[in-house]
Design a protein around this ligand. Sequence first.
Ligand SMILES: Nc1ncnc2c1ncn2[C@@H]1O[C@H](COP(=O)(O)OP(=O)(O)OP(=O)(O)O)[C@@H](O)[C@H]1O
Length: 239
Amino acid sequence: MMKNVIEVRDLTVVRGGREVLPAISLGVTAGVTGLLGPSGCGKSTLLRALVGAQQVASGSVEVLGEPAGSAALRTRIGYVTQAASVYDDLTVAENLGFFARVLGVDRSSADEAIEVVGLADQRQQVVGRLSGGQRSRVSLAVALLGTPDLLVLDEPTVGLDPVLRRDLWELFHRLADGGAAVLVSSHVMDEAERCHRLLLMREGRIIADGSPDEIRESTGAADIEHAFLHMVEGTEEAA
Ligand SMILES: Nc1ncnc2c1ncn2[C@@H]1O[C@H](COP(=O)(O)OP(=O)(O)OP(=O)(O)O)[C@@H](O)[C@H]1O
């Protein structure tokens, strides 16, 4: 059996006085895993817990064999939030150079990351003057610095045109082929088909875990969107 890159056990997170994650457990292996669920179901909260940025009430989160948030994971995890986390008044190359120094990775890694996200022609442009899609790719390039073993991407394709979305998914697969684990959240169900494995989430719980084929077959649905609806109705009946 493939070893889990992420191991979550009985994780409970309370936000705003409400249990957003109610003692959930899950494992993530190498490959491209999609974390799918409606807006507000707790995807970002779970991802924050994985990178050690979320206060947790109880339970444990282990990433690459270390407790989430430990210093040893700093260069081994790349994390991209929904808000671009780069400096608007620096150029693409300056941003990457800065973060490479902060992380203590080689300058050549910065050039490589710019190349990989397709921003070589924009490298001398100030980030504040780039398009939304280009800016989010600068954040992605920062996350790729140091060739992380795990990439955690919170809705990375929101607001991107279909060509860019396709290119990014190809990139995620190339990274996974190179041995990395890529965990991508999305509320767009049509992106599900591009994942090796899916975790379907609803109201803080994982309601299905399997390949797109397995999830479709188990529900008899034609696509993941319908499989999800089928499961939601099923869980309501079971409750
Ligand atoms: N800073 C906060 N304080 C209190 N509650 C919060 C905070 N941020 C999020 N929440 C609540 O936690 C729950 C889960 O939010 P989360 O952002 O994890 O959902 P999500 O599935 O990522 O949604 P989206 O797809 O819209 O980003 C929501 O009910 C939200 O209202």
